[in-house]
Design a protein around this ligand. Structure first.
Ligand SMILES: NC(=O)c1ccc[n+]([C@@H]2O[C@H](COP(=O)([O-])OP(=O)(O)OC[C@H]3O[C@@H](n4cnc5c(N)ncnc54)[C@H](OP(=O)(O)O)[C@@H]3O)[C@@H](O)[C@H]2O)c1
Length: 262
């Protein structure tokens, strides 16, 4: 299927590795012109060369200056924006008792304010192109009380706000022809997931392999962690003109892990 992305100008935030990198790679494969960012200049420039992105920009999306550097740098290179992929590093794991105000403030800047700022900065260009926005979030927003998400207090608390933001934006921006959707990952094999498994293993005093085994045997109906390219396929479709009548949707990519109906 031709997704209609050839020549489209796409910004993928936080893309030196993991989900962001996989999404950027998939857009390049679809013929899009891609700008990516992450915090280390040398690394992101190398990744841009490796995957065929047009530009790699050093930017910390947890800051206003970083969001500006990414969006303005991408516009300067690409000449405009058709698609914005909102993504960032994950907030640190922890239970409520582990976290002080400083930890909440840091996570707020990283998880919620980055989404607000990137969207605000990209909007003037997206209005011109009737483009689309995809927020990479987490399945934990649907079932934050599940034991599977027990140590993700910051993610559970703040991503709920990200989903409130994107649902409201989907309505607010529809008259401008801009679509806004979310792709919550379940357990896609990346360094972040390996770190979370290591954290859980340490808390429980068991081997890290046991954590993965538990998810694969008892929590994920498809019986395995997902691959980043499987996640990226959903992002690319939702962002594309082929999804022209889809907005305000949250399409989880989780091997059946979420058990709720909606
Ligand atoms: N993988 C999953 O199954 C899963 C599940 C639920 C939620 N998530 C969420 O999805 C997001 C991406 O996860 P991932 O698995 O791809 O993580 P990852 O493998 O750790 O990759 C994170 C990426 O974000 C970049 N990054 C981190 N902080 C940044 C910042 N402040 N500004 C700009 N770039 C930044 C990192 O590059 P630098 O460090 O070089 O800046 C890296 O490229 C996270 O928020 C994670 O919590 C993932």
């Amino acid at each position: 299927m031709d997704l209609g992305l050839s020549g489209k100008r796409v910004l993928v935030a936080a893309a030196s590795k993991g989900l962001g990198r996989a999404i950027a790679t998939e857009f390049v494969a679809e013929g899009a012109r891609v700008a990516i960012c992450s915090r280390e200049r040398e690394r992101i420039e190398q990744v841009a060369r490796d995957i065929g992105a047009e530009v790699g920009i050093a930017a910390d999306v947890s800051t206003d200056a970083g969001c500006r550097a990414f969006v303005q740098g991408a516009i300067a290179s690409l000449g405009g924006i058709d698609v914005l992929i909102v993504n960032a590093g994950g907030p640190k794991p922890g239970t409520f008792g582990d976290l002080d105000d400083a930890a909440w403030q840091t996570a707020f800047e990283l998880t919620l304010l980055s989404a607000v700022r990137l969207t605000r900065l990209a909007l003037p260009e997206l209005k011109k192109t009737k483009g689309s926005i995809v927020f990479s979030t987490s399945t934990s927003v649907r079932q934050p009380g599940s034991p599977a998400y027990g140590t993700l207090m910051l993610s559970n608390g703040l991503r709920a706000a990200v989903h409130g933001l994107l649902k409201t934006l989907a309505t607010e921006l529809a008259p401008d022809g801009i679509r806004v959707n979310a792709i919550p990952p379940g357990r896609i094999s990346t360094e972040r997931i390996a770190e979370l498994d290591a954290d859980t293993a340490k808390r429980e005093g068991v081997a890290i392999e046991k954590i993965k085994e538990r998810f694969e045997k008892s929590v994920i109906p498809l019986g395995r962690y997902g691959r980043p390219d499987e996640f990226a396929a959903a992002a690319v479709f939702l962002a594309s003109p082929k999804a022209s009548y889809i907005t305000g949707v949250s399409l989880q990519v989780d091997g059946g892990m979420l058990t709720s109906m909606w």
